[in-house]
Design a binder for this molecule. Structure first.
Ligand code: AMP
Ligand code: MG
Length: 319
C-alpha cells in the first residue's frame, strides 16, 4: 500500500484544531458550511475511500503493537451526523479492533457513582479504537443546559455551586492527562452543524418515510435551547482543548466533507502513534523453523503434506 503523506494530513487537520487556551465564540468563530476549496463532494468521497484504507492498515498495526489505545469522543447537536460519520469512517476497519459506545441518559446505577464512572468502564482496550458517541462531555453540556439534570445527580448539594463547571473542566482535563500518560490518545471531535441545516435534516426525518424512525420530538424541544448549547459548547472548547487532548471543530453542514475531516483527524492520530507490527527475535524465528518442519513433516502426525508442498522444499527446509 502507498505510504501516507503525514505532512498533508497534519496540515489539513491543524486548521480544525482548537489551540489550547483559545477563547472560542460560537457561532462566529467556526463556519459550519466551510469545506476545502477546490474539493467537490465526489472528490471528498473518493479521498475518504483512500483514507479508509489507510485507517484499516494503521488500525491493524495498532492492534498488533497492542500498547497504545485511541479514544474518539464525538459530540454534536442532534442531526449533525455523528452516526453517519462513524458508519463511513470506520467502514474499512476490522470490527474486532473497534468499540463503539453510545451514551444515553444515565441509569440509576450510573447516578450512584461519580460522574466519570460509566465512561471509565467503557474505555477501549489497548490496541483498540474506542468511539464514544456522546461522551463525558455531556456532563458539561446537556447537564449545564438543563439545571434539573444536575439537581437529579446525587452529589452533595453544597458541591452543586456555581464553580462546578470550572471544576469539571479541570477534572476532565486531569483525567485525560492521566489517560494520555497511560498510552491513550484522545481525539475530541465537535461536528459543528448550523441551525438552518439542523432544521432541514429534522424536516427530512419527518418527510422521508425511511428516515421517520430517526425522528424524535425531543430533538425539536432541544432545539429551543440552541443558543444555550452553543454557549456551553464554546465554553467547553475554550476550557478543555489541551496539548494532550485537543478539540477539533469539524464543519458538518456538508456530510461528505465532515466525514472526510473526521477520518483525517483519526488517521492523523494513528500516524503520529506510528504503530508497527512487532518484529520477531532471531530465537523466535529459529523456533518458527522447527515448527515449520513439524508442520510439513507428514510422518509425525500421519497426515499428508499440504497441497502444493513439494517434497524437495520439505527436505531443504528440514536440513
Ligand atoms: P440520542 O443520542 O439521540 O439517542 O439521545 C441520547 C440522549 O441522552 C440525549 O438527549 C442526551 O442529551 C442524553 N444524555 C447523554 N448523556 C447524558 C448525561 N450524562 N446526562 C443526561 N443526559 C444525557
Ligand atoms: Mg437523538
Amino acid at each position: 500500500m502507498a505510504r501516507v503523506r503525514p505532512g498533508r494530513i497534519s496540515r489539513f487537520v491543524a486548521e480544525l484544531r482548537v489551540e489550547p487556551g483559545r477563547k472560542v465564540r460560537l457561532p462566529r468563530d467556526f463556519d459550519p458550511s466551510k469545506t476545502t476549496r477546490g474539493v467537490s463532494r465526489s472528490e471528498a468521497k473518493a479521498i475518504l475511500g483512500q483514507g479508509i484504507e489507510y485507517l484499516a492498515e494503521y488500525q491493524a498495526r495498532l492492534a498488533a503493537q497492542d500498547d497504545y489505545g485511541v479514544l474518539v469522543c464525538l459530540q454534536a447537536m442532534d442531526a449533525a451526523g455523528k452516526d453517519g460519520a462513524i458508519r463511513h469512517v470506520m467502514s474499512g476497519v476490522n470490527p474486532q479492533g473497534v468499540e463503539v459506545h453510545s451514551f444515553k441518559v444515565p441509569s440509576s446505577e450510573d447516578l450512584d457513582h461519580d460522574y466519570l464512572w460509566r465512561y471509565q468502564k467503557r474505555l477501549p482496550e489497548r490496541g483498540h479504537i474506542g468511539i464514544f458517541n456522546r461522551s463525558y462531555y455531556e456532563e458539561v453540556l446537556v447537564v449545564r443546559v438543563h439545571p434539573q439534570i444536575l439537581e437529579g445527580q446525587k452529589i452533595p448539594a453544597k458541591l452543586k455551586d456555581r464553580g462546578i463547571w470550572k471544576r469539571r473542566y479541570r477534572e476532565i482535563n486531569d483525567w485525560e492527562h492521566y489517560l494520555t500518560d497511560q498510552g491513550y490518545r484522545i481525539v475530541k471531535i465537535f461536528l459543528n452543524v448550523s441551525k438552518d441545516e439542523q432544521r432541514d435534516r429534522l424536516v427530512t426525518r419527518i418527510d422521508d418515510a425511511e428516515r421517520n424512525w430517526k425522528f424524535s420530538a425531543a430533538d425539536v424541544t432541544e432545539r429551543r435551547h440552541w443558543d444555550a448549547y452553543q454557549a456551553a459548547f464554546a465554553d467547553v472548547l475554550s476550557n478543555t482543548s489541551t496539548p494532550w487532548a485537543p478539540w477539533y471543530v469539524i464543519p458538518a453542514d456538508n456530510k461528505p466533507f465532515a466525514r472526510l475531516a473526521a477520518g483525517a483527524v483519526i488517521l492523523d492520530t494513528l500516524v503520529k502513534i506510528d504503530p508497527r507490527y512487532p518484529s520477531v527475535s532471531a530465537a523466535a524465528r529459529a523456533a518458527f523453523a522447527d515448527a515449520r518442519v513439524e508442520l510439513l513433516d507428514g510422518s509425525a502426525t500421519g497426515s499428508s503434506l499440504p497441497r502444493g508442498t513439494k517434497r524437495s522444499r520439505r527436505r531443504s527446509s528440514a536440513s
